[in-house]
Design a protein around this ligand. Structure first.
Ligand code: GN1
Ligand code: MG
Length: 385
């Protein structure tokens, strides 16, 4: 997209100074993300929300407002209790930056009062601006055992933060997200209609899915039976959504808050391990390199439990292994389905991209299955500490 249009959009938001340059940021599969530089040297993050995926961006922003208000209230409470520890003072979540006063006010926001809206509609596109977490970096793959621990701490910190935020206060902005049986139903429909000719890899994927039908409903059945309950979740705690300090390496922020909504903590934990314990990363084409690294899992879960042990009941712990196995399978199924559907959901840079991504997630699932006993023991050891 041309720089002048991006600059014009950026300048519709209430930045501390005029935007001077806009460049692509990160590798998101859904939204388009840009880093905005301003005349005063401050930076901000501009995003075009993919409205084919997020059909109600207003509700995504409403959830973000609820979360931001909750986080501020908690921080204020901690300060009055003088519990804030030195090392925690840098912890933050990205904040929405409202449109400048010249921006149009959508009718819904106008009805709520005079505050400026936090998103902008232009030519049928939806844009929003978020604060930039300065002094930090993020990585697409896990860098070290310490990094894995920090990724776990970030998720634990987030779960602890939202533990007293009732799930009902959040809108369900992506119905069916992480409801694995729904992905299987969709897969069946797409499979029946696909016009793609079979290839050895896609035949392998089909068999892989059919052999694991018993895995699909494991978390949903537990929820229906009352063993798991809906809570506020992040929804996408992959390794590159954790910002770590460029100097200390400590986790400073968990970003990408579009999928904060009611859900199961297990999907967050399973997804975080899926992402951070496969050092080859989700974009590799070297399938031999894909493996679930038990040592990294120990570091990550240890870091997570340091922050969020109180959020997990014995029943939650019982289902952790299932979640760790399920989430890479689920993402593999989502990628494979999208490949068969013609790459309509995840951005793809070539026609087999989503098939390649599916193979990575299925290989990771196999690696997890091969280490089932060790992973269960690890969970037990860590949760007894
Ligand atoms: C998508 O857009 P991004 O990269 O933040 C997806 C996640 C997947 C992830 C895999 C809303 O996230 O569920 O785990 O790709 N987000 C949505 O990289 O579907
Ligand atoms: Mg995301």
């Amino acid at each position: 997209m041309d720089q002048s249009r991006l600059l014009a959009i950026a300048n519709r938001f209430a930045l501390p100074a005029a935007a001077t340059a806009v460049e692509p940021l990160g590798n998101g599969n859904i939204n388009d993300t840009y880093l905005v530089h301003t005349a005063s040297g401050e930076r901000a993050v501009l995003q075009r929300i993919n409205t084919r995926v997020f059909e109600r961006p207003d509700l995504v922003m409403a959830n973000l407002a609820v979360l931001t208000a909750h986080a501020s209230a908690q921080a204020a409470q901690q300060k009055t209790q003088q519990e804030t520890q030195q090392e925690d003072q840098g912890w933050q979540l990205p904040r929405p930056i409202a449109c400048g006063p010249q921006g149009p006010v959508p009718p819904a926001a106008a009805a709520e009062g005079p505050t400026c809206p936090t998103w902008l509609e232009e030519r049928g596109e939806v844009w929003r601006m978020l604060s930039y977490v300065a002094g930090c970096v993020s990585h697409d793959t896990v860098q070290s055992l310490d990094h894995a621990r920090e990724v776990g701490r970030a998720l634990g910190r987030f779960h602890h933060l939202v533990a007293d935020l009732p799930g009902e206060r959040l809108h369900d902005t992506l119905e069916g997200f992480h409801v694995t049986p729904r992905y299987l139903e969709h897969y069946r429909r797409v499979q029946a209609d696909t016009t793609l000719p079979p290839c050895p890899e896609s035949s392998w994927c089909r068999r892989f899915v059919e052999q694991r039908l018993d895995l699909v409903p494991v978390l949903e059945q537990a929820r229906e039976a009352g063993r798991l309950r809906l809570r506020a979740i992040h929804g996408d705690p992959k390794v590159n959504n954790v910002m770590v300090s460029a100097t200390s390496g400590r986790a400073v922020a968990l970003v990408d808050l579009d999928t904060v909504k009611p859900g199961l903590l297990h999907t967050d934990i399973g997804d975080c391990l899926r992402s951070a314990c496969n050092p080859a990363g989700e974009e590799t084409t070297d399938l031999e390199a894909v493996q679930f690294d038990l040592e990294l899992a120990g570091g990550l879960l240890g870091g997570y439990l340091e922050e969020a042990r109180s959020c997990l009941s014995p029943c939650d712990l019982d289902l952790l292994y299932d979640a760790i196995r399920l989430l890479p399978f689920e993402l593999g199924l989502r990628f494979f389905t999208d490949h068969l559907a013609g790459n309509v959901y995840f951005k793809a840079s070539h026609p087999r991209h989503n098939l390649e991504r599916a193979l990575v997630q299925f290989r990771l699932t196999e690696s997890i299955e091969a280490q089932a006993g060790e992973i269960r023991r690890l969970i037990q050891q860590l949760s007894c500490r």
